[in-house]
Design a binder for this molecule. Structure first.
Ligand code: GCO
Length: 262
């Protein structure tokens, strides 16, 4: 007998920015659990490219063309999705960018751009998706935080500030919306092998060796390892979990680390 606890059959999920990397794996994981999944991209070509990648992988996952930082586009497309696909039961705020620039060298506009996409967009999209969830008295919102929600690293100040803010926005959304049977939680990925981290994980790159030594599991994460945590937080298995950040990091945040060369 299959366990219905993790079954997403009949549910509709929107995963923002899921055109590649971790978001794409999360979208596939939700689809494999039975959900009808859609994503967005603000770039038409990238949206089409991602739809073809999903189709090639055997999934019917449609993209919608809108910018998560533009409220009017968000409102219009949430209405389109709910008309064409169905009420959004699961929202994954995954869309994000990173700019690796030292604070002193970073322009204010660059800082603002990261905050807009990585933090403000989650506020905008959630604020408009949650209205239907409140009416239906059920919903799941999963914000994609980061281990940078807890720790800083040189050159990623804007990203860390946004992801730290997203952690507290998660807890605040949980506080305001739990009474409507809406569970708002977050996933905090550690270091995963994606295009976003390709430059960091190159063999011989000191950062790669640092992460391997700093991670108790002794390796980079495989994006497919985010599927289980996402399905858990999207399913009834987490109906009494609220405001939690589930770190999927191979143990990095659990340890102070060990002396070099031990
Ligand atoms: C970096 C990395 C990190 C990871 C991830 C960690 O530059 O340090 O890109 O930000 O991508 O976000 O949780």
């Amino acid at each position: 007998m299959t366990n219905k606890l993790f079954d997403l059959t009949g549910k509709t999920a929107l995963v923002t920015g899921a055109s590649h990397g971790l978001g794409m794996e999360i979208a596939i994981g939700l689809a494999e659990a039975g959900a009808k999944v859609v994503f967005n991209n603000h770039n038409a070509e990238k949206k089409i490219e991602a739809e073809k990648a999903y189709e090639k992988a055997g999934f019917d996952i449609k993209g919608y063309l809108f910018d998560v930082t533009k409220e009017a586009e968000v409102i219009e497309n949430i209405q389109k999705i709910e008309k064409e696909v169905g009420p959004i039961d699961i929202l994954v705020n995954n869309a994000a960018i990173i700019k690796r620039i030292p604070i002193l060298d970073m322009k204010v506009e660059e800082f603002r751009e990261v905050m807009d996409i990585d933090l403000v967009a989650a506020f905008i999209v959630s604020k408009h998706v949650v209205k239907g969830m409140i009416e239906r008295r059920h919903g799941k919102i999963i914000n994609i935080c980061s281990m940078m929600s807890e720790l800083g690293r040189d050159t990623v100040a804007a990203y860390a500030a946004a992801k730290g803010g997203l952690k507290m926005l998660t807890k605040s959304m949980a506080t305001e919306w739990a009474k409507y049977n809406i569970q708002v939680n977050a996933i905090g990925p550690g270091y995963f092998a994606t295009s976003q981290t390709a430059s960091l994980q190159a063999t011989g790159n000191p950062f790669n060796d640092f992460i391997i030594s700093r991670t108790p599991a002794g390796k980079w994460g495989d994006p497919a390892q985010l599927k289980g945590p996402a399905v858990f937080l999207a399913s009834e298995a987490s109906d009494f979990v609220n405001g939690h950040v589930l770190y999927v990091d191979g143990g990095i945040l659990a340890t102070i680390g060990k002396p070099v060369n031990t």
